[in-house]
Structures are given as C-alpha cells and as structure tokens.
Design a protein around this ligand. Structure first.
Ligand code: FPP
Length: 241
C-alpha cells in the first residue's frame, strides 16, 4: 500500500530494529534473556507514546529468520517470552485501541504460539488508534520469496497474468500488504545495518541509527528521534523544492 502521508512532518509508520538486549544484559552480568525481558517491557512504553507523537503504525522486529542460529536456550527463551508477552498484554492492547498484526513465516513456530498470535489479531481487529505489527520469524528476502511463490501460483491458476506483475501488484502478496510503507526505520545499539528487515517496503524510508541499547530506549529518546525526522526533507527521488 502506498504511503499515505508523503509530505507530512510526522512519520505515520515507524519500524524499529530492537537491537542491543544482549549487550545490555552483559553489562549487568546477567543472562541474555534478562535483556530480552527488559526489551519486551520497553515496547509498551514506546507504543503508548505513539498517539501523542502522531505515529499511527509501529512495527517491531522481534525475531528474524536468522535468529534460529542462536543457542537453543536463547531461542526457546525468546519463544516463551513471546507467549508470555501476548498472554500478559492482550487485554491491555485490546482495551487501549491497539490493532496487533504479526508478520513473518509462521510455519516454524509452535502451534500454541501461532494460536495466541491468531487470537490476538482477531481480538484487536476492530481497533484503530495504533497499529502494532510484530515481526516474528521474519526476513525480507524470505517474505519476497514467499510472496513470489503465491504470485506464481496465481499466475498458474490464471488469476493473474504475467504482464500484470508490477510494483503495484507484487506488494499485495507481501505479509505487509495492508500496511503503509515505513517512513522511518530506527535501529538501536549503534549497528548500521538493515539485517533483512522490510527490504521492499523501506526503499524510500529514512533511516536512523542510534547508539542507545534497546532496553534503554525510552519514550523521551523515541520522541527525539521522531522530532529529528521532522527536520528531514524527503524527496522520493525527485528534486528538492
Ligand atoms: C536483538 O538484541 C534483539 C532480539 C533478537 C530480540 C528482540 C526481542 C525483544 C525486544 C523482546 C521480545 C519482543 C516481544 C515482541 C515480546 P541482541 O540480542 O541481538 O543484542 P546484542 O546485539 O547486544 O547481542
């Protein structure tokens, strides 16, 4: 879907690569999961600050297709954290106008987690104050490959003609098909990489790489990053005026 607020000064959609949980925990001589738990708690604060900042869509990268390479204990800990988070936050999200969606390939996730994800999506489907999208087992290349597979099937079934495959039709097959493109992508912890996040969707996004570790990313820091976006001029390949 096209970005609806091209010329607005406020980012309508902010996407975040929440990096630095491990280092945050290490600095406190605690296990990595301690950092992930602190990171999970931050999401609520950032989400709650979205309406007053004018941010309608918030997308967070919780687990990448590459994160399976971590130790079995860390992967299991993160999966259990996602389940606990959904159980704990569901009522609060529903009551506070948050519409939740999940993107990524669900095929490798445990059934009980997928059921919780489905239930939360359903429970919050009428909300419209803020749209929270959580990327779990998500990779940009994997998403484009899965989208292309679905598109090719539609061509085989003659629902779509090859000549109609273009920049408008292909994104309809992406996990994000109902979302606007992100205006601003933030990565915390000082790393300047996009790590396979929203590759198609962020073609014209502004990027902000900031040194703060994710568990230290307060709503004050978020507000500053959003304010600095407002100073930028987005030209989408055109000339400045
Ligand atoms: C990156 O930090 C963070 C992750 C891979 C996991 C992100 C998960 C959360 C913030 C918590 C849970 C989320 C939800 C939706 C409940 P890292 O481990 O790579 O940190 P490091 O680079 O310092 O090692």
């Amino acid at each position: 879907m096209k970005n609806l607020n091209k010329n607005s000064k406020t980012p309508n959609h902010v996407a975040i690569i929440m990096d630095g949980n491990g280092r945050w925990a290490q600095a406190r001589r605690r296990p990595r999961l301690f950092g992930h738990r602190a990171g999970a708690a931050r999401i609520r604060e950032i989400l709650e600050s979205c309406p007053k900042l004018g941010v309608k869509y918030l997308t967070v990268f919780a687990f990448s297709t590459e994160n399976w390479k971590r130790t079995q204990a860390e992967v299991a800990g993160l999966m259990s954290l996602f389940e606990k988070y959904i159980r704990k936050e569901a009522a609060n999200l529903k009551d506070n106008g948050v519409r939740v969606r999940f993107i990524g390939d669900r095929i490798r996730l445990e059934d009980k987690l997928v059921d919780l994800m489905d239930d939360l999506e359903l429970m919050t489907q009428d909300n419209d104050l803020v749209h929270l999208t959580v990327a779990i087992n998500y990779g940009g290349r994997d998403e484009v490959a899965r989208a292309t597979r679905r598109l090719a099937r539609d061509v085989e079934l003659k629902k779509l003609s090859a000549k109609d495959v273009n920049e408008e039709t292909l994104p309809k097959y992406l996990d994000t098909h109902v979302l606007p493109d992100p205006d601003l992508v933030i990565r915390t912890s000082g790393e300047a990489r996009i790590s396979n996040f929203l590759l198609w969707q962020s073609a014209y996004s502004e990027y902000e790489f900031i040194d703060t570790l994710w568990p230290d990313f307060t709503s004050e820091v978020f507000a500053k990053v959003v304010a600095s976006y407002s100073q930028r001029s987005r030209r989408f390949g055109g000339a400045s005026v």
